[in-house]
Design a protein around this ligand. Structure first.
Ligand SMILES: Nc1nc2c(c(=O)[nH]1)N[C@H]1C(S)=C(S)[C@@H](COP(=O)(O)OP(=O)(O)OC[C@H]3O[C@@H](n4cnc5c(=O)[nH]c(N)nc54)[C@H](O)[C@@H]3O)O[C@H]1N2
Ligand SMILES: Nc1nc2c(c(=O)[nH]1)N[C@H]1C(S)=C(S)[C@@H](COP(=O)(O)OP(=O)(O)OC[C@H]3O[C@@H](n4cnc5c(=O)[nH]c(N)nc54)[C@H](O)[C@@H]3O)O[C@H]1N2
Ligand code: SF4
Ligand SMILES: [Mo]
Length: 741
């Protein structure tokens, strides 16, 4: 265990690589910039404020934006180096057409030609096989305006139900759990509520590497006396400074939450008034957790009984607290149940909707929040409306000036979309901001499906690993080449400002989508002349919905450093903290603080089930996957940023010394990891910071470095999130480095 630093600044020094102050760092080339543009980092959901320095249509560096309240100028290594991606030689400057005879398999073609070919292929597929033969994949790194346009494009231009987005791999378990319990899917509190709370509970979140700025909030809380509880199969950097570490066996978090709740009930550590006044369903839940004695909880979770008791006591007896979780509990075939388990202990404590009493899902992608609200999900319409609800359809159809009867019904999740390709039901695919070949589980299947398509068009600024299977690739825009809004981790809608123009033939993504609509002769609803116009339509489309953006304007965002939704009218300041008693909401009115007609939150029985593929004699080790601080998602961007590659050049497999000894493997040895679906050869990283029954591999690489060749395509039955966090593998020492690709 690392020596414990004593204050935040020491800690930043101590864990230098995971959190770097940007102030004083001058990474430009000593050139005086033409402009300095206040905007936000393009990577994770914290959306740190940053100022980009621009010279001759190129970003040459950055300056901290200390006034932006969330990060106050701080950035992690990715934010510091983000500006280097735009000038990478791989940047797509023209449209590309697949050509087996061309070097690299693609040749440059004119933009208009590429649009024409795309529209012709779509029209051909739809006239022969029907509208539903086209599928669309979209992304939550896009601005909210673009995500809104993508949902509208699928339903109004292509008239297909088949659109889904990469948040399916990310936010949907949290979303489904939050909707079931609270009726709304958004972090309940501003991050300032973390500081000053007595207990901070972190489940399945590698905060210091994946939400680096949140680390600072947690450490500030700790300096003010908070006890930090971390639940993870690995002693992550945040766990090294926690007060209680619970080394859960992957896939067993519901058992822990149920066991803690049982101890809260047994010791009467409950807020009876809150439960009585503001919730329903407690009795059935209490009944269901009776069997979760500390002994049984310890046996299932692999956590010592005394640690479970300690966690329950700290949590149960606190007067303020903040619980947060991320994909560690959500990427499971029972991810929604895990989330409900977490929410149950929050509701039973009554500590929500007040200062320093909070609960949040840590969002992942830049627009992980806004990207899941305005209709690019397969079952959703703008404003977090429901595609099957007749009133919701009527509202949005009116804004779109179409008949509600013409709107398709719900489609299918992103993975099922690939199964539809397999069945020949989907013949054509359009993707924007998604790299499924690297990011979906069991990727050998995904690769076969891409090659089965009649036509595939990808829109990206790099030729990503999936786009290599496309017929046409259209050169899209980097985040800094467009303006629009995103909604960050706290539910705060903020403004991305344009710093540079797209180079060469590259175009802003929303213009490309409209060019395709025009080439199809289906321009109705796709004649926006600016992102602002799209935002203004979105405001009306979301009006009166749960995710109500009507009262948000770009001006108000600039004036207030962001506006938290719901914001129902222009004179409304926004809603930083949800569920405050006495605050009316669009669903409950004055009936109560939660977003159901009776204003009450729901307890949900969270049943324990084991992961889909548990270990056995043949595959005796648990594989769990995730991230490292210097790489981002499928790596399309960060694998092109030199200093980030230097920091962590290729994936390694984290193995506990006990397991390594059994395998005869030492640090740096090439090691074969095999699952029922595939095999990978990686260097071993022998660390004491992981459970001996579990190995960990980060997923940011493609080809023979992609761990998703091994992962399982099991999905949560409600959210359809893949079970990235558990499958069964066996390991052996390899003869040498990998050869095949
Ligand atoms: N550096 C970096 N930062 C990122 C990203 C990135 O790619 N790189 N991506 C962004 C995105 S889109 C996302 S979704 C977030 C993800 O942020 P996190 O969810 O924090 O990251 P992960 O590494 O996926 O998983 C978190 C932790 O879950 C643990 N874990 C595995 N199985 C279990 C389990 O069964 N139970 C529990 N309790 N824990 C478990 C892992 O050991 C890991 O430490 O990060 C965002 N920030
Ligand atoms: N094994 C394993 N797999 C995982 C996970 C895991 O923990 N383990 N995590 C999952 C999670 S949480 C996530 S979020 C997914 C992410 O998976 P993906 O969404 O597939 O990953 P990205 O790298 O974001 O891919 C997005 C693509 O969009 C492009 N792009 C980014 N911004 C823009 C833009 O503004 N315009 C255009 N035109 N293109 C853009 C990038 O260049 C990139 O090629 O991966 C999932 N996969
Ligand atoms: S990656 Fe996230 S934490 Fe790092 S600078 Fe960007 S927004 Fe901030
Ligand atoms: Mo994510």
């Amino acid at each position: 265990m690392a020596q414990q630093p004593t204050n935040t600044l020491d800690i930043i020094e101590h864990f230098g690589p995971s959190l770097a102050y940007s102030s004083g760092t001058r990474l430009d080339r000593g050139v005086e910039p033409d402009a300095v543009v206040k905007t936000h980092c393009c990577f994770c959901g914290q959306q740190c404020g940053i100022q980009l320095k621009v010279k001759e249509n190129e970003i040459i560096g950055f300056e901290p934006w200390t006034e932006f309240p969330f990060n106050k100028g701080m950035l992690c290594p990715k934010g510091v180096k983000r500006y280097l991606q735009g000038s990478h030689p791989d940047r797509l400057l023209s449209a590309q057409q697949r050509d087996p005879n061309a070097p690299g398999g693609f040749r440059a073609i004119g933009y208009d030609d590429a649009i024409r070919q795309t529209a012709d292929a779509i029209a051909r597929i739809q006239s022969v096989h029907g509208n539903d033969a086209m599928g669309m994949l979209s992304g939550a790194s896009l601005t909210t305006e673009k995500t809104y346009l993508m949902g509208k494009f699928a339903r109004v231009c292509l008239k297909t139900p088949y659109i889904d987005y990469n948040g399916r791999l990310c936010m949907v378990s949290a979303g489904a759990g939050n909707k079931k319990a609270f009726g709304i899917d958004r972090a309940a509190n501003p991050w300032t509520d973390i500081v000053g709370s007595e207990v901070v509970w972190i489940s399945g979140a590698n905060v210091a590497e994946c939400a680096p700025i949140t680390t600072n909030y947690v450490w500030q809380a700790r300096e003010q006396g908070a006890k930090i509880i971390v639940v993870d199969p690995r002693i992550t950097p945040i766990a090294r400074t926690c007060d209680l570490f619970l080394p859960v066996k992957p896939g067993r978090d519901i058992a822990l939450f149920n066991g803690v709740l049982q101890l809260m009930i047994e010791n009467d550590w409950l807020d009876h008034d809150f439960i009585e006044q503001h919730t329903v369903g407690f009795d059935a839940l209490a009944q269901s957790v009776q069997a979760w004695t500390p002994a049984r909880t310890a046996e299932v979770t692999g956590i010592a009984e005394r640690s479970i008791r300690q966690a329950a006591e700290w949590w149960g007896t606190a007067s303020t607290s903040f619980l947060m979780h991320a994909r560690g509990i959500e990427h499971h075939s029972h991810g929604v149940q895990n989330v409900l388990g977490a929410i149950n202990i929050v509701l039973a404590s009554g500590r929500i909707g007040r200062k320093n009493c909070g609960y949040a899902t840590i969002t992942g992608q830049a627009n992980g929040q806004g990207g899941r609200e305005h209709g690019q999900k397969c079952d959703q319409l703008p404003g977090a409306r429901d595609l099957v609800n007749p009133e919701h359809r009527a509202h949005v159809a009116k804004v779109w000036d179409v008949s509600p009867d013409d709107l398709p019904g719900p489609g299918v999740d992103a993975y099922e979309l690939f199964r539809k390709i397999d069945r020949g039901e989907i013949r054509g695919l359009l993707s924007l901001c998604f790299n499924p070949l690297v990011s979906l589980p069991d990727s050998n299947f995904v690769r076969r499906m891409l090659d089965k398509l009649d036509f595939y068009v990808a829109i990206d600024f790099f030729l990503n690993d999936t786009a290599r299977h496309a017929d046409i690739v259209l050169p899209g825009s980097l985040q800094e080449e467009d303006e629009g809004t995103v909604t960050q981790i706290e539910g705060r809608v903020i403004k991305i400002n344009q710093a540079v123009e797209p180079p060469g033939d590259a175009k802003q993504d929303w213009r490309i989508m409209q060019d395709i609509a025009a080439a199809l002769g289906r321009t109705h609803g796709f004649t926006f002349e600016s992102s602002r116009e799209i935002f203004d339509e979105l405001r009306h489309a979301s009006r009166g919905g749960v995710a109500d953006y009507y009262g948000i304007t770009w001006e108000k965002i600039e004036q207030q450093y962001g506006v938290c939704w719901p914001c129902p009218s222009e004179d409304h300041p926004g809603t930083p903290r949800l569920f405050e008693p006495g605050t009316p909401n669009p669903i409950a009115g004055d009936a109560g603080p939660f977003y159901f007609p009776d204003g009450k939150a729901r307890f949900n029985v969270a049943e324990y089930s084991a992961p889909k593929e548990d270990v056995d004699a043949e595959y005796p080790v648990i594989l769990t996957t995730g991230r490292v601080v210097s790489q981002f998602l499928s790596g399309t961007q960060t694998r092109r940023i030199g200093p980030l590659v230097d920091q962590y050049p290729e994936p390694r497999v984290e193995i506990h010394p006990q397991l390594a000894a059994k395998l005869g493997v030492v640090e740096g040895d090439w090691t074969t990891v095999t699952s029922r679906r595939g095999e990978i050869v990686l260097k071993a990283q022998v660390v004491k910071t992981i459970r001996p029954d579990t190995v960990f591999v980060p997923y940011h690489w493609a080809g023979n470095k992609s761990i998703n060749r091994l992962t399982i395509a099991a999905q949560d039955p409600i959210s359809k999130i893949p079970e990235y966090k558990v499958c069964a593998v066996r390991l052996s020492k390899a003869a040498g480095p990998p050869t095949e690709n």
